[in-house]
Design a protein around this ligand. Structure first.
Ligand code: URA
Length: 436
């Protein structure tokens, strides 16, 4: 097989067989196919797309490129969840305990944040002592004890994706639907997931800015699941504004705790209950209404919060800071932003909010950067909020005064004030599923 012939065929709009795709992925993973050939191929895929069969073959070859994890042998129905990435997205911290409190099992491998989007393992690492490096045996023990665990990846899952993602990042080929779908699903398959709820974000803070693209991505991922015999539901959800009011690791843990105590922001609570209900449908086969009721009961009767505390204890974290969030370390400096005029918040660019939080030290611009768990932003408003000139609309927290210059400029630019309120966007815009 000549790599150049395969690239040419894709470039000219032809299709590749599963065997050819596997040859390319294996060769790229073991180093026999160089970056320059793979970048030509990803660019050809970017322009020509892939058929559903090609996308599935790419995903399976990537999933098989490294270790395969087996779900712990503790009984019960396991269900996984994955978000395509957003700003202020702390849903895993709330959804996993809700599902576990209702009898589902969650053994979730999460990632770190990079760029303007946050990562679940960074948020959990803001809890003193919390371990995100559990071994497979420790995962099994934690899930056996409390029905859930959320940890970082163990071993080398889907190394082809790691290599390919780094290449796409520097060759302007990240935002290709088949490449994103294969990247996400290969990691889920390698992690042993059989039942998966995907939160496909759309809007200013998402990879997919347009909901039509988010729907195409959702369809591509569900189709991969169908080819593999997995049950997949993809919910297309609104990421045009940050989720909740808090952005930044400790601040988001505090907001997650408030939500688990039943006093969280309306948008975050709604999304968490809807995601949990979909996950519970996969575990129990109940109707959407029954599962939503189960999830709400677990949230409002305190059982989900209890599960969260159990998970934190099982993973070595301190529950003192959760029961009394005033004990979390605070940033020493803060600044506020005020509304420049009377009116309504017409737009809050979520990506700019995420970038401002990163500039304050809450996220990494490069993989090796360290982060400040206490840094971030607390918003006072949502799109549609009425404001008067001089009203505080956001507070920024950082460890050093000089971090405010860029962050204040970025965040101020994220808000648009107008004479009328915008049309509300529903939290769940659409759902694509292969589950009856
Ligand atoms: N998240 C991933 O894991 N991969 C992508 O390609 C995009 C988002």
């Amino acid at each position: 097989m000549r790599v150049c012939d395969l690239i040419r065929r894709k470039r000219d709009g032809g299709t590749l067989t599963a065997e050819e795709i596997r040859y390319l992925i294996e060769g790229y993973t073991d180093g026999s196919i160089p970056d320059y050939q793979m970048s030509a191929l990803t660019m050809a895929i970017y322009f020509r797309g892939m058929t559903a069969q090609e996308t599935a073959a790419l995903t399976f070859a990537m999933a098989d490129s490294g270790e395969q994890m087996a779900l712990p042998n503790v009984g019960g129905v396991f269900v996984d969840k994955h978000s395509t990435g957003g700003v202020g997205d702390k849903t895993t911290l709330i959804v996993a305990p809700i599902v576990a409190a209702c009898g589902g099992k969650v053994a979730k491998l999460s990632g770190r944040g990079l760029g303007h989007t946050g990562g679940t393992t960074d948020k959990l690492s803001a809890i003193p002592g919390f371990r995100i490096d559990l071994t497979p045996d420790e995962i099994a023990k934690a899930v056996g004890e409390c029905g859930l665990c959320v940890t970082g990846s163990t071993g080398e899952l889907a190394p082809a994706d790691k290599k390919l993602y780094a290449l796409r990042d520097v060759t302007a080929t990240v935002d290709s639907i088949p490449l994103i779908a294969a990247s996400i699903m290969s990691k889920k398959i390698a992690a042993g997931a059989k039942n998966i709820v995907l939160d496909v974000k759309t809007g200013s803070g998402a990879f997919m800015k347009r909901s039509a693209d988010a729907k195409a991505l959702a369809r591509a991922m569900v189709s991969i699941g169908t080819h593999r015999g997995l049950r997949v539901t993809a919910m297309i959800t609104n990421m045009d504004a940050p989720l909740g009011y808090a952005i930044g690791n400790t601040l988001e843990v505090i907001e997650a705790v408030q939500t688990l105590r039943g006093i969280g922001p309306a948008d975050l609570t709604e999304l968490c209950l809807k995601l949990s209900a979909q996950m519970l449908r996969m575990c129990s086969g109940g109707s959407r209404e029954e599962c939503f009721r189960m999830a709400s009961n677990a949230l409002y009767n305190g059982l989900a919060y209890e599960r969260f505390l159990e998970m934190v204890r099982a993973q070595g974290g301190s529950t003192d800071v959760l029961n009394n969030t005033a004990l979390f370390r605070k940033s020493c400096c803060y600044r506020t932003i005020e509304a420049p005029a009377d009116g309504y918040i017409r737009r809050m660019d979520a990506e700019k909010c995420g970038i401002a939080a990163m500039q304050l030290g809450a996220g990494r611009q490069k993989k090796e950067d360290s982060i400040d768990y206490a840094a971030g932003i607390v918003l006072d408003v949502k799109p549609g909020s009425a404001v008067c000139a001089g009203d505080r609309i956001a507070t920024l927290y950082a460890e050093r005064e000089e971090l405010f210059d860029d962050a204040l400029a970025t965040l101020s630019d994220a808000f648009e004030i107008a004479d009328s309120a915008p049309k509300p966007i529903p939290m769940v815009i659409d759902t694509v599923s292969n589950v009856q």
